[in-house]
Design a protein around this ligand. Structure first.
Ligand SMILES: [Zn+2]
Length: 718
């Protein structure tokens, strides 16, 4: 009896242990990118054989990372769930988002309505800011009977007698030269040729969805449903992505275009030794958008292309202005589906006054649906789509919230219907918000602003860190497991726009034998940790790599206070660390000027954003101008002395190295970056500290406390 009970116990223990191990390998290993090393893990149980997990603080560039929900931003944040768009006119037609079909839904006009479909053309140089009217066809829509319009840009107008009762512009697809303009019946999704569908194909479609003025932190706080979805799908968000220049064009050209022939012979650096802005986008040689080597021009002819730019004003558009930079627009259509005529008509109707809503619809949703339809209809056909939505977020970053619900649902639909199986989806912001008070007067906007409204300055910067996420489909991960692993590791590496271009170049080279970009390694290759702003071609007035703060601080941060904040932070990981064993005080860098009266064990490296970034220099200014701006800012508050002034508005980043013991006996080094507001002495830990586990153990390759502790917890449970 006793032996039998022992036997049952043993079986139970083995079962539980197997389940725990199974759980560990299915969840933790998968989550932490180390799927590839399974076999090794079993063979070498006493220590981890994986390379150490990448971490933001590994970078030589100490990046000014901002939390999505930074405390100092809170009073300027709004979360408008609904646009509340008011409707003024009758809605004659229902439009099906996935296909763009119409059906007449108004019983009042049953069978007696006369409508006209009319093609919109134009949008090309020398009249890129206008549209022309093209072919027309009259028709009588029948109640609940579907039809679609065989045109890219068109207007539908309906009359009751002589009276115009409906008129609206649309984006669509001209599918067939031989079909009539108005096609009765359902829209048929084209079947691609068999050779394109063959399994093992290395061809992938590319879908770029750009949201103007959208930073990483802003996307995280306003697009929560979408973020959750993308995360579940295995999408990678780049935490240390730095824009290279100020506005849209200078940031999108290096992503979408090869090196310009106009700049090939220019030096990488200017006469001051800084990155040469002219080499990225020349200011005195107006570029012809038709001759730029856009990434999609390298694709084989079977690729279907779309260029969809919400221009916001008929005189604008990416690569259309100012005249110093560009000839006035494309002279020939840059893609098979080119929607400028639609936007020209729309913004002419709005007299170039940007609006959030038009007749009951959130315009950004209408624009997103043109991206969605393209992805839906051409999901099985190789395609390249570039969509850029400007108007919603350009002036107010809070508006992004209104798009979350729709984008989430569109992505979810595409995923459920298998439309993302062949597509690499890149969602990006060109830069963060540049004009809203949230960013102009908060550190999170510009990292500081020593100007008239200095009292509005709260803290920190996100404008220079645009959002960038890349989602690759399972087929890609299966074919290139190492590349997918690198992509994920690179989420922690310091990168810029040029890396996105090399990444696109790699994808296009898969479809055709092409040389890869020479400018930077793609994000599918592991990026080095020692990249500087010069390497990444980020101009110094936008560079988020921090500099030594010793010149601008009045006293060395109190390392005991820092330690206390870390201690509190670590209590969340009580199950895994012996927090009492925490010992801090290692010197992190020798670069810091140490004050004589400070004991050695309290020395820490203390950094701050560079001066250009602090004074919000959009263009490069001289050092004397930086000093003048700082002094002027001090002068407008005469009651402050200079030191007090700096203390009040200066945000500094002390770093501290500590050691502690984990519950499984590892000795762990913890590198923590703190964020300290000088006057209030408010200290936070914006980014998870980096662990380096010195003792060899199964969990020693983890750098993030959460991942390391999940691993330790499971070991201890077994
Ligand atoms: Zn922009």
């Amino acid at each position: 009896m006793r032996r039998r009970r022992t036997f049952i116990y043993s079986i139970q223990i083995i079962l539980i242990a197997s389940l725990v191990f199974l759980f560990y390998f299915v969840t933790i290993s998968d989550k932490n990118l180390f799927k590839q090393g399974f076999g090794k893990k079993f063979r070498n149980e006493s220590s981890s054989s994986f390379p150490r997990q990448a971490h933001l603080l590994d970078n030589y560039c100490k990046f000014a990372w901002t939390e999505p929900m930074d405390n100092t931003l809170k009073k300027r944040l709004k979360f408008p769930k609904r646009a509340g768009c008011e409707k003024y006119n009758i809605d004659l037609f229902k439009r099906y988002p996935a296909t763009g079909e119409f059906s007449m839904k108004s019983k009042a006009h049953r069978n007696k309505l006369e409508c006209v479909a009319q093609v919109l053309k134009g949008g090309l140089r020398p009249a890129a800011h206008t549209y022309q009217l093209g072919k027309t066809q009259t028709f009588s829509p029948k109640l609940n009977k579907r039809f679609w319009i065989n045109a890219n840009n068109f207007i539908l107008t309906c009359f009751s007698g002589q009276l115009v009762i409906y008129r609206k512009q649309f984006m669509g697809f001209k599918m067939d030269e031989n079909l009539k303009l108005v096609v009765d019946g359902p829209f048929e999704i084209p079947e691609p040729e068999a050779k394109i569908l063959k399994s093992g194909s290395k061809q992938f479609s590319i879908s770029i969805l750009g949201l103007d003025s959208t930073s990483r932190a802003q996307f995280g706080r306003h697009m929560r449903k979408t973020t959750d979805f993308l995360q579940r799908m295995g999408s990678v968000v780049f935490e240390a992505y730095n824009k290279v220049g100020d506005n849209s064009a200078v940031n999108l050209i290096p992503i979408l275009a090869d090196e310009l022939s106009e700049t090939e012979n220019m030096n990488l650096l200017d006469e001051t030794g800084d990155v040469n802005l002219n080499k990225i986008l020349p200011t005195k040689t107006p570029l012809n958008p038709d001759t730029i080597q856009w990434i999609w021009k390298h694709l084989p002819p079977e690729y279907i292309t779309m260029f969809n730019d919400d221009v916001m004003h008929t005189s604008r558009g990416l690569f259309h202005y100012p005249p110093d930079n560009f000839l006035d627009g494309f002279g020939e259509s840059p893609a098979r589906f080119y929607y400028r005529p639609y936007y020209n008509h729309l913004y002419s109707q709005l007299s170039n006054w940007w609006r959030k809503c038009l007749d009951g619809e959130l315009l950004a949703e209408v624009f997103i649906d043109s991206w969605f339809r393209f992805e839906r209809i051409f999901s099985k056909t190789p395609h390249f789509g570039f969509t850029f939505i400007s108007s919603l977020t350009h002036d107010d970053p809070n508006n992004l919230e209104m798009l979350d619900h729709t984008l989430f649902h569109r992505l979810d639909y595409l995923n459920r219907t298998g439309c993302l199986e062949n597509t690499i989806l890149i969602i990006l912001g060109d830069h963060g918000n540049r004009v809203h008070p949230l960013n102009r007067y908060t550190f999170a906007g510009k990292i500081g602003r020593f100007e008239e409204r200095i009292d509005k300055l709260d803290n920190i910067s996100e404008e220079r860190a645009p959002y960038l996420s890349i989602l690759v489909p399972p087929r890609f991960r299966k074919q290139f497991p190492e590349k997918y692993r690198n992509l994920r590791e690179n989420s922690q590496r310091f990168v810029s726009n040029f890396h996105v271009h090399s990444t696109l170049k790699f994808i296009t080279s898969l479809s055709k034998n092409l040389e890869s970009s020479r400018r930077n390694k793609s994000l599918f290759e592991l990026q080095p940790i020692n990249s500087t702003c010069q390497d990444n071609r980020v101009i110094s007035n936008h560079c988020l790599c921090m500099v030594d703060a010793s010149q601008d601080i009045s006293k060395v941060p109190n390392s005991e206070s820092l330690e206390e904040v870390l201690r509190t932070y670590l209590t969340d990981f009580n199950e895994c660390f012996n927090v009492e064993s925490l010992q801090c005080g290692n010197v992190v860098s020798s670069g810091f000027q140490i004050q004589q009266d400070v004991k050695k064990e309290f020395q820490t490296e203390t950094l701050m954003p560079n001066n250009y970034v602090q004074v919000w220099a959009r263009t490069k200014i001289s050092d004397s101008e930086v000093v003048r701006k700082k002094e002027r800012a001090s002068a407008v508050r005469p009651k402050f002395d200079k030191n007090q002034f700096y203390e009040k508005f200066q945000v500094i980043y002390p770093y501290l190295t500590c050691n502690l013991q984990s519950k499984n006996g590892d000795s762990v080094e913890v590198l923590t970056q703190f964020r300290l507001i000088q006057l209030s002495q408010n200290i936070t830990i914006p980014y998870p500290p980096r662990l380096s586990v010195h003792s060899p153990s199964q969990c020693s390759h983890f750098s993030f406390p959460t991942d390391y502790c999940n691993c330790v917890d499971l070991l201890l449970a077994v």
